[in-house]
Design a protein around this ligand. Structure first.
Ligand code: ZN
Length: 180
């Protein structure tokens, strides 16, 4: 999803953090920092979402899109290179996959509406902001982050890019979760 003409029911980072933490616990990753994307798609999500559907399309079919999510059919299409990268532990691609999963979990059509206002949407109502926020909070668990000591350790333990690790730690620092 990338359509700026939609807005979502407002969700704060705190709401999304709680939600991501509950999902992690529900799928058995409350003690395990690294979420393996291949297993998540193949085994874990189909178990908790029986109608979950995912597929991998070639670059020619996807164009500039790295991933597409349809929350109303619980389906995600990933570009081949994104899928392969995510399975091989590339942080950026892992983030993209979880961003799309975030749309599935957060943006069923009863939570989205066409935006009538002009100008930039309020950040808390922007589906793209919410999906990015979900990806960061889900991949880097605030409950486990203090087992690690710096950006590099966090990046490799949770499988996110250095940039994503830095951003996430900054958010945790604002709430006193990260004090290093
Ligand atoms: Zn998106």
């Amino acid at each position: 999803m990338s359509n700026i003409d939609y807005e979502a029911e407002p969700l704060s980072r705190a709401n999304i953090r709680d939600y991501a933490t509950n999902i992690r616990a529900a799928i058995g990753f409350d003690q395990t920092p690294y979420i393996p994307i291949g297993d998540l798609l193949e085994f874990v999500l189909p178990r908790v979402m029986p109608d979950f559907f995912w597929d991998v399309w070639e670059k020619q079919q996807m164009g500039a899109s790295h991933g597409l999510a349809n929350p109303d059919t619980n389906s995600v299409i990933l570009r081949n290179d994104v899928y392969v990268g995510a399975c091989n532990g590339v942080g950026r691609e892992r983030f993209t996959v979880i961003h799309e999963i975030g749309h599935l979990l957060l943006h069923h059509k009863d939570r989205l509406s066409l935006r009538r206002a002009v100008g930039k949407p309020k950040v808390y109502r922007d589906p793209e902001w919410q999906a990015n926020c979900f990806a960061g909070e889900f991949l880097v668990s605030h409950k486990l982050v203090n087992q690690f000591h710096n950006v590099l350790e966090v990046s490799s333990a949770f499988g996110v890019s250095m940039d994503a690790a830095r951003k996430q730690l900054k958010e945790f620092a604002k709430n006193g979760i990260w004090q290093k």
